[in-house]
Design a protein around this ligand. Structure first.
Ligand code: HEM
Ligand SMILES: N[C@@H](CC(=O)c1ccccc1NC=O)C(=O)O
Length: 284
């Protein structure tokens, strides 16, 4: 492959000047008269202008802290997109699609937990250079994180009440998540469509046991139950990893969000989205 570039008056390649030949075909790289580019498609000028430090003079590690959190929020957005579609697929009986989308969620969740490694390259001393500037902001105020909890099945309206500084739009999003069906609600619809009653605890235990004992007949329902359990396990793994990182960074200091810090986070470690699926294990 050869390439040549025409230069404009300023000596830079002109808009549609970067051309070459590949297998005898003319190829063009570049803007080509204002058409889509990598940067314009991905909105990079906007995206790369969103890392604003609070520290002054700038603390070296604050860029890492902001970047990590922004990457988390982008993945949270994707997780919500996939979870919502998975829930809807269950409601319309598309079981293969529902488990397929949940498997993508698992892969993202593993990445989210691994990202803690990067943040832990920051020392407590270096965090201390800018931590005092962050109060009263805290991860406690992550709207998308709470949306994921609600959509998973752990609806707790008291979090919405305790949120400080929510915009009207954010409050509406949380209220909507509190109203709409969760992944668990949708799974119950799947169980009912497979012929099982779900009205009482006993019904549910009977149905789940029957699915587990006859995977030849209920393979798709079993796979879905396993995908939900995996999501639950990965969420628990993130909470465990987060609290240990917190202890490493700030010991037993109270959090910038006003909680006791690690003590509060430890109180959330036993949260499980799907206790019925965990209880089932004991009887298998
Ligand atoms: C130096 C790193 C970090 C420290 C020291 C830290 C510390 C804390 C503390 C102390 C809390 C309790 C609330 C409070 O502030 O009073 C908290 C909550 C939270 N943090 Fe972090 N955090 C760190 C990194 C992260 C990252 C990277 C994320 C990713 C988004 C995150 C997400 C959250 C969430 C979602 C909560 C609420 C948890 C819940 O209510 O169960 N944190 N964090
Ligand atoms: N709550 C943390 C500070 C912190 O990590 C944080 C601060 C602002 C925005 C997001 C944060 N991340 C997770 O809590 C602390 O108490 O040190």
């Amino acid at each position: 492959m050869s390439s040549q570039s025409e230069k404009n008056d300023e000596g830079r390649p002109s808009a549609d000047a970067v051309t070459g030949r590949w297998d005898g075909v003319d190829v063009h790289f570049g803007e080509e008269g204002g058409r889509l580019t990598y940067g314009s498609y991905l909105r990079l000028p906007q995206l790369l202008d969103q890392q604003r430090l609070e520290s002054d003079p700038p603390a070296h590690d604050e860029l890492l802290f902001i970047t990590i959190h922004q990457v988390y929020e982008l993945w949270f957005k994707q997780v919500l997109h996939e979870m919502t579609a998975s829930r809807d697929a269950m409601l319309s009986g598309e079981l293969w699609l529902a488990q397929h989308l949940l498997r993508r969620v698992h892969t993202i969740e593993r990445t989210l937990t691994q990202q803690v490694d990067i943040l832990e390259t920051m020392t407590p001393q270096d965090f201390g250079e800018f931590r005092h500037r962050l109060s009263p902001a805290s991860g406690f105020q992550s709207v998308q994180f709470r949306e994921i909890e609600f959509l998973s099945g752990a609806k707790d309206p008291s979090f919405v009440k305790r949120f400080r500084g929510l915009s009207d739009l954010e409050r509406a999003r949380l209220d909507q998540r509190l109203e709409e069906p969760t992944l668990w609600d949708a799974f119950l619809v799947v169980l009912e469509a497979a012929g099982f009653a779900t009205a009482t605890e006993d019904d549910l235990r009977t149905g789940l046991s029957a699915v587990a004992r006859d995977r030849a007949q209920y393979g798709a329902v079993w796979e879905l139950a396993e995908a939900l359990l995996q999501h639950d396990e990965l969420a628990a793994a993130w909470r465990a990893r987060h609290v240990v990182m917190v202890e490493r960074m700030i010991g037993t200091k109270p959090g910038t969000g006003g909680s006791s810090g690690a003590g509060y986070l430890r109180s959330r470690l036993d949260l499980r989205y799907y206790p019925h699926l965990w209880h089932l294990r004991t009887s298998l």
